[in-house]
Every structure is written in C-alpha cells, then in structure tokens.
Write a protein that binds this ligand. Structure first.
Ligand code: CMC
Length: 428
C-alpha cells in the first residue's frame, strides 16, 4: 500500500500525489496546487487548529476515545500511584525515569533555586491588596527575565537547563507569595528540608511556628494533583508557550504567556466553576432539575463534564476521585462531594450525556479537594500552573531543538478591501 494520497483539482483537472507521513500530509505540499502560474497555491483553513498537527512530539500521548493519558509512555494512573512530582518532572523533561544519582541531583538543583530575588517583594507590594493571584503570577514570572538576562541565549542547551530548573523551583514561591500578599501575611521563605509539595504548603500556610509540618494527606494530594496537571500535549497554553517561544524570546517571557493562556475560563478556570455549581445546586434533591436545565438551556452546562479530546472518562478524573476520599478522611469531608457523586451518577445514566459522550473531566473533583485543603478559589488556576510549568518547559525545549520548527507565523485569508486611494478628511 502506497503511503500517498491522490488529489484531483476539479478546477483544473490536474492530479497530484502527496506523501502521507504519520497519518498526515505536509500542508506545504498543497502549495503546488495552483489554478494559474501566479496563483499563491492552495492553503488549509483551520481556525483553532482543530485538525492541524503543529509539531511532532514525544512527550505526552492521549487517546480521547479510550480515555488514555501517558507521559513518555507511562500510564498516568501508574505515575500518580507510584511516582512523585519531581520524578515525573524529570521524566517529562528528559524522556526517561531517573536513576537514584540523577534524581538526587535534579532534586538538589530544583530545591536550590526556590528563592527569588528580594526585589520581587517590592514588585509584589505594588499590586493592590485584592489583586488576583494569577495576574500576580503572570507578571512576576515575566519579571524574572530581567533578573536573568543570560536566559535569552536559548540556543545554549546548558543555559536552557539552568532556566528550566530555576522556573520549576521558583514558580511555587511566586505562587505562594501571591497568596500571602492577598492575605496581608508576611512572605515565607522556602524550606529546603521539605518535599516540593510540602514546601509549597509551608510557604502558603506557615504562621509563627518554627518549623512547618505539612499534613501528609494534603502533601500527597497536592503532589498527585501536580502530576496529573503536568502536561496535556498541544492544549491552548502549551501552544502559547511554543508560539511565543518560537520567536526565541527567553523562557520567562514565554512561560508568562503560557500562564496567561491558562488564566482563561475555558482552560484553567473550570474547577472553580464546578465548586460554584455544586454550591448552587445545594442539595441532592435539586440535582434532577439542574440536569434538566443543563440539557434544555444552552446557556447552562454541567461544569466539569465534557472535553474536546476525551470522549470517555478522563483518566485524571478517576485518580482524583479516589484521592478525594483520602483527603476527606484526613482533613474532613467537603459536604459538596455527596452532591458531586450523585450528580455524576445521574448524568452518566442520562441519554443526553451518554449520546454526546460527556464524562467527568479533570476539573470535576479537583476543586473539591482544593477547597477541603483550605485553598481559596482564585488559587485553583495558580495550582494548575505550578504543575503545568514542567509541561510548558518540556514543550518549549522540544520545539527549540526540532529542525522542522521556525517562528510561528500562520497565514490568513484576506477578505478586506482591495486597494483604494487615500481620501482627504475634507472629502469624507
Ligand atoms: N453540559 C451540557 N452539555 C454539554 C456539555 C456540558 N458540560 N459539554 C458539551 N455539551 C453539549 C453541547 O451543548 C453540544 O451539544 P450540541 O451537539 O447539541 O450542540 C455538545 O455537547 C458538544 O459540545 P461542544 O461545546 O461542541 O464541545 P467542545 O469539544 O467544543 O467543548 C468543553 C468541550 C470542555 C468546552 C465542553 O464540554 C464544556 O463546556 N464543558 C464544561 C466546562 C468544563 O468542564 N471545562 C473543563 C475542560 S477540561 C480542563 C482543561 O483541559 O483545560
């Protein structure tokens, strides 16, 4: 069987044979299809990249129909159960699980880059008392580029690695500082004796105690949530990271752009919407009428249900559901969980949701865990960003070393006015 496709242009009657590689045609091969010598050539029209592969990648595999998610080939369920966030970070960035020496070195590198320059505190002081932590995070990540001007040498692999570990180390510090600023609390310096998640909890919640001891269940839950959010292939924010990074700007500026993409309610904001929805439903008795509204009123959606890629149970949602039980046992049950479980049961038996293949996604249960851990809702996208920082950096690195990539610059179909002469103001 030939790995080609034959295209007949009915405008000219000409036939073209285009190679098919990895289930795709190269869009540039369409350019030879012309109606006349001065024709620019055929292009593909694909707003929102719904059917365009923008890169070749070896990082994350998703099969949306089967509900499969793997990082570098390892199933997400196994990583969540057996690994930890820093080990998964190494795997995502380097392609292989680390041996003990590699792991120790990586942990040391990340841990020793958790402090941020003291000037950052003054920068934070400039934000209003009620500034959204995601706005603060985006701005302070961008500001880091001014502290590390050498970061713009993006063609130097050693230099890139230094910025990668710096970002993985510093993003939780900036995130916690954003939270403390909002509360009017003093900033807490990182504690290198604690785990990655434990240190984050310490920077968030430490008060006057000499040493903060994280609740083991909260620490474990946060670590697993970071793993589950670490990468999700070419989503909106990863595409922003690659697109902005393709100009060869420094990684702090590119990561701030990715973070900004995540801030949008269609991307990183749905878990907050789930918690609000469950609170609005209020009791199990109100579920049937809410489900009816979600089916009949196009403006009402069952938040935390449905996904562009998954047409099956989101594998991350399964892990989170189990995790929620452990967290509630340790820190007390979130009363909204009973409504969530019953809502899921009713929706999964309903023809509307079954036919449209609408299943719980990653956001359905994660907000309930964050709430039980005492985290305010506007921190939910910030937590997502901490885990996803690793994925953004891996996607950035892969893009930079890919010989096929160049500055991201799509084409357009121009439908505006054709040439016309300038009209002086007096004649308009
Ligand atoms: N509740 C009720 N109906 C729904 C829902 C829902 N949650 N999701 C989709 N539908 C219906 C929708 O009305 C449409 O019906 P019809 O075919 O009759 O027009 C059909 O299902 C297909 O929906 P769509 O909006 O065309 O699908 P999409 O792939 O563009 O959207 C989605 C995916 C996630 C935006 C959507 O399912 C949704 O809005 N879900 C609720 C919000 C949510 O949970 N978002 C978190 C996504 S996961 C986090 C992340 O990865 O960033």
């Amino acid at each position: 069987m030939a790995d080609t496709i034959t295209v007949t242009d009915n405008r000219t009657g000409k036939t073209y044979e285009l190679p098919v590689t990895d289930g795709t045609i190269n869009a540039m091969d369409l350019r030879q299809i012309k109606v006349s010598g001065d024709d620019f050539g055929l292009m593909a029209y694909d707003p929102a990249y719904k059917n365009t592969a923008s890169c070749r990648s070896k990082i994350t595999f998703i099969d949306g129909d089967e509900g499969i998610l793997r990082y570098r080939g390892y199933p997400i369920e196994q990583l969540a159960e057996e690994s930890n966030f820093l080990e998964v970070s190494y795997l995502i960035l380097k392609g292989e699980l680390p041996n003990q020496t590699q792991m120790d070195r990586f942990r040391h590198e990340v841990t020793h880059h958790t402090l941020v320059h003291e000037n950052t505190r003054e920068l934070l002081d400039g934000f209003r008392y009620d500034a959204h932590p995601m706005g603060i995070l985006i701005s302070t990540i961008a500001a880091l580029s001014t502290f590390y001007p050498e970061a713009r040498l993006v063609n130097d692999a050693e230099n890139r690695w230094l910025q990668i570990v710096r970002l993985i180390g510093k993003v939780p510090t900036l995130a916690a500082y954003a939270f403390r600023h909002r509360r009017g609390l003093p900033y807490v310096y990182p504690d290198n004796e604690l785990s990655y998640a434990g240190n984050f909890l310490s920077m968030m919640f430490k008060m006057t105690e000499r040493t903060y001891v994280p609740n083991p269940a909260a620490e474990k839950a946060l670590d697993v949530l970071f793993i589950l959010h670490a990468d999700h292939e070419q989503n909106c924010s990863a595409t922003a990271m690659r697109g902005v990074g393709s100009s060869k700007v420094d990684p702090y500026s590119a990561l701030a752009a990715a973070c900004a993409a995540l801030y949008g309610p269609l991307h990183g904001g749905a878990n907050e919407a789930v918690v609000k929805m469950l609170a609005e439903i209020g009791s199990k008795d109100n579920i049937p009428s809410f489900v009816k509204r979600a089916k009949e009123d196009r403006n009402v959606r069952l938040m935390g249900f449905g996904h562009r890629v998954y047409k099956n149970y989101d594998p991350r949602a399964k892990v989170i559901k189990r995790l929620a039980d452990d967290v509630f046992e340790a820190v007390g049950k979130n009363p909204l969980i009973d409504i969530a479980v019953e809502l899921e049961r009713i929706a999964l038996e309903d023809d509307y949701f079954v036919e449209k293949k609408l299943y719980p996604n990653v956001d359905f249960y994660s907000g309930l865990i964050y709430q039980a851990l005492g985290l305010p809702m506007d921190m939910y996208p910030v937590l997502f960003a901490i885990g996803r920082t690793v994925g953004w950096l891996a996607q950035w690195e892969e893009m930079l070393v890919d010989k096929d990539q160049a500055i991201s610059r799509p084409r357009q179909i121009y439908l505006g006015e054709s040439e016309r002469p300038y009209v002086p103001m007096s004649e308009r």
